[in-house]
Ligand binder design. Structure first.
Ligand code: SAM
Length: 224
């Protein structure tokens, strides 16, 4: 089936024996990929808008997986069903993802794995997940149409992270490939621009940004 590399990468991180829920499914291609190409027995795909769900319904029919992909129109985690143990949320702002998870914490009791790919505020997402009792199990980068997407795999269980580790990415900081370097480099450029733009009165933000620039320069120079 046709699926972009970003969604395929997310799909390949979903545990094979899981019962996954994709929140903000839009076209539902991720859930269709999971049952059709990866052999999962069932999946739930939800969205809070009718337009995307109409598209999802057409795709589920086209790929002949109506018996395996359940489509639900609902807000955030309201689509949770008994037995679901994995949640995927991608292509949304990080603060929206945090709100979805915060609003219905009770459903997280049975969730062992969350695969999240926020469009922004990824540090805030990592901090939220740690507060909710998860740790970073893996971080994967995908570059598509010149945009680098971050994908996080969170697993249940607490771990302590220093600010430096959490900022650089507890698993990403040990990856030494070209895309990871490109990602750190683009972050460095953004942080330097932010530092230049910050008014003098923002002293604590200036201190933090200088620290982040130092961490990025260290890791890019391999001196961490
Ligand atoms: C940009 S699309 C991303 C689609 C797909 N997950 C992807 O990564 O390609 C975001 C989708 O999330 C849905 N959405 C946004 N906020 C939501 C919420 N609180 N609950 C459920 N769906 C939401 C939107 O309607 C939209 O279809």
């Amino acid at each position: 089936m046709k699926i972009n590399n970003r969604l395929k990468t997310i799909g390949d991180l979903v545990p094979l024996s899981s019962y996954p829920l994709d929140i903000g499914c839009d076209h539902a291609l991720l859930s269709i990929y999971l049952v059709k190409e990866r052999g999962l027995s069932k999946a739930v795909a939800s969205d809070n808008k009718s337009g995307p769900l109409k598209k999802a319904r057409e795709n589920v029919k086209f790929y002949k997986v109506s018996d395996k992909v359940e489509l639900i129109k609902s807000e955030g985690l309201d689509s949770y069903k008994e037995g679901i143990d994995t949640i995927t949320i991608s292509g949304m702002g990080g603060l929206n993802i945090n709100k979805i998870l915060d609003d219905n914490r009770k459903y997280l009791k049975n969730i062992n794995t969350l695969i999240l790919s926020p469009n922004n505020y990824s540090l805030a997402v990592k901090r939220k997940l740690i507060k909710l009792g998860y740790h970073v199990d893996n971080e994967v980068l995908v570059k598509e149409h010149n945009i680098i997407y971050e994908i996080f795999v969170f697993k249940k269980g607490r771990k302590y992270y220093s600010y430096k580790k959490l900022f650089l990415g507890p698993t990403l900081m040990f990856k030494n490939d070209d895309l990871t370097k490109e990602y750190y480099n683009s972050l460095l450029i953004k942080k330097k621009a932010l530092l230049n733009a910050l008014p003098k009165s923002f002293s604590s933000k200036i201190r933090l940004t200088k620290k982040e620039i130092k961490y990025l320069e260290e890791i890019l120079n391999n001196s961490i």
